[in-house]
Ligand binder design. Structure first.
Ligand SMILES: Cc1cc2nc3c(=O)[nH]c(=O)nc-3n(C[C@H](O)[C@H](O)[C@H](O)COP(=O)(O)OP(=O)(O)OC[C@H]3O[C@@H](n4cnc5c(N)ncnc54)[C@H](O)[C@@H]3O)c2cc1C
Length: 527
């Protein structure tokens, strides 16, 4: 990898020492050719950089890596660590609010490159490794592994895949009753452990360089007697016995039935969601961060990861809402609707929802609080609220588009080829045009909106935005439990106690009110 002069090490001392630069896009793509096993469409594939289901989306991530070297973007995106490595700013464990502002801007810069479509770039996993490292001592004998993996992932800007959820299986049963499905340890060896079972979904797995596996049991966590399931470890994507099972590819669908003009998002921002099977996989001790410890595994979420991942997600989704607002503004202007009061009210409502997400993110920084290791965590409460409202916000946005654009969605010709046929084009140019825009411009815009909300890619987008950060119920239960743990609920209760202490059966107890004579025959003015 290339080196260059270091202008801005985070030691604060300008140093002429050589900086280890991040991977380029080409180096990133090369790293994915590691022989990993992905089952897709009835076959085993090993090279996602050439396979039609993944290759174009892989370039969207490569572009992000290249941007780390772009002189126009580098200062917004990167900082230089004390190890003299250049990396994305969100890997930094925040010491000041300024660190969080800088992280916000770096996350937003990357998110704008894909219009908020790629939810799990390497920066999302920075939320994970930095929260682990800030809290390394919590992992006891594995603290050294936690620190070493943090440094490795940070210095290499490694794309980490995160797998926390068990397959749907039978939700009425505890993990111990589902050993045949849920991943757990089956053997302890001198040099490591052997694990077996499956995991639900890993977004971005096809493009990741390493997997982190732990456990998240919504709204409660693992019990003490479920230690076989209480594991945390890093694993190379090509570890023997690891099998990934892909869902349908929207990129591949776009290639089969259309063109980038027809599927402008599906065709290049399909971030992939792969199921994971561990077919007796060996994990060496040096990769383990938690072993048979429900306490360590349950702690991951609340002790930093929840705060940092919701911070990342709030920025990414706020950028996405910027884009969605732009789509709505352009579509309503193009079709002569923007002067209608009812339309203005709906556009205004959507813009307001967008403000709400940016505002929550600003609150996460303004009201950041100390977390493990003394590092600053984005505010817990605003992060929890982002989890609750963003899914509904996305669905609301979709509803606004359906209400306003209605039949325009369907008045989209079958493919870009129609514009290339002079006979069809003649009719389209005449009858498919908008009040402000040619037929081609109008269809081009409608195709983005349709892809955002209503293609197979759009359907996946909605379920993703509603639940990737937890189920509807878990998101709300955890807001309640965080309020209990952080003393907020006691504050709420004490306000009620104060109110109730101001009067009793004999009247007001507080002199502010009790000093006024209480007359039961006070006149009631009726007008
Ligand atoms: C597109 C997408 C990408 C994802 N990417 C990732 C990823 O990269 N990594 C990862 O680890 N996970 C990922 N997930 C998983 C995601 O975190 C979960 O889907 C989410 O937490 C919801 O879990 P679930 O579908 O298992 O819902 P469940 O937990 O099954 O809950 C669904 C509903 O069932 C009910 N319910 C379930 N269990 C109980 C119970 N015990 N008691 C009472 N009621 C119950 C509740 O009403 C709940 O709202 C992804 C999900 C999606 C949709």
């Amino acid at each position: 990898m290339s080196t260059s002069t270091n202008p801005q090490a985070d030691t604060g001392v300008a140093s002429p020492a050589d900086v280890k630069e991040p991977p380029t896009g080409a180096e990133f793509l090369e790293s994915l050719r590691d022989g990993r096993v992905i089952y897709f469409d009835g076959e085993e594939i090993n090279d996602v950089t050439t396979h039609p289901a993944f290759a174009t989306s892989a370039r969207s991530y490569a572009r992000m890596y290249d941007s780390l070297h772009d002189p126009k973007r580098r200062d917004v995106l990167t900082y230089v660590t004390e190890r003299n490595t250049r990396t994305h700013k969100f890997y930094k464990m925040a010491e000041t609010k300024e660190d969080l502002y800088q992280a916000r801007d770096a996350i937003a810069e990357w998110a704008r490159m894909n219009f908020g479509a790629l939810s799990r770039g390497p920066d999302y996993k920075a939320a994970l490794v930095a929260s682990l490292a800030a809290d390394a001592d919590f992992y006891g004998e594995y603290a050294g592994n936690v620190r070493r993996w943090y440094e490795k992932v940070t210095d290499e800007v490694a794309f980490v895949n995160l797998s926390l959820l068990n397959p749907a299986g039978d939700r009425s049963k505890r993990p111990a009753e589902q050993r045949d499905v849920y991943m757990h340890v089956v053997k302890e060896r001198e040099d490591g452990i052997v694990v077996r079972g499956a995991r639900m979904i890993s977004t971005g797995a096809a493009f990741s360089q390493v997997t982190y596996v732990s456990q998240y049991i919504p709204a409660g966590g693992l019990a003490d007697d479920e230690a076989d399931f209480a594991l945390g470890f890093f694993l190379p994507m090509n570890a023997p016995g690891v099998k990934f099972i892909g869902r349908g590819s929207y990129e591949s669908l776009a290639k089969k039935v259309g063109s980038p003009f027809d599927y402008p998002l599906s065709s290049r921002f399909d971030e992939s969601d792969l199921g994971l099977v561990f077919d007796d996989v060996f994990v060496p001790w040096e990769n383990v961060t938690a072993y048979r410890s429900p306490e360590a595994v349950n702690g991951l979420f609340s002790r930093g990861f929840a705060q940092r991942f919701t911070f990342h997600a709030a920025v990414r989704t706020a950028v996405k809402l910027d884009f969605i607002c732009g789509l709505l503004l352009k579509a309503t202007e193009m079709q002569g609707m923007s002067g209608f009061r009812g339309v203005q009210a709906q556009v205004g409502e959507l813009i307001g929802l967008r403000h709400g997400i940016w505002g929550l993110n600003a609150g996460m920084i303004a009201d950041a609080h100390p977390g493990p290791g003394g590092y600053l965590l984005p505010n817990t409460e605003y992060g929890m609220q982002w989890r609750q409202i963003y899914g509904e916000t996305f669905t609301k946005a979709r509803t606004v588009f359906l209400n306003i654009l209605a039949g325009s969605f369907i008045q989209i010709p079958s493919s870009a080829k129609d514009f290339k046929n002079p006979v069809i084009r003649g009719y389209l140019d005449q009858y498919w045009k908008a009040s402000k825009g040619t037929a081609e411009e109008r269809v081009k815009l409608m195709r983005i909106i349709w892809d955002m909300f209503s293609t197979e890619f759009g359907g996946r987008t909605e379920i993703h935005e509603r639940t990737f950060a937890g189920s509807y119920e878990a998101n709300r239960i955890e807001t309640w439990s965080a309020a209990e743990h952080r003393g907020l609920s006691d504050q709420f209760r004490s306000m009620v106690d104060e109110c109730m202490s101001q009067y009793d059966l004999d009247g007001f107890t507080d002199p502010a009110w009790s000093s006024v004579p209480w007359t039961t025959n006070a006149p009631v003015a009726i007008q």
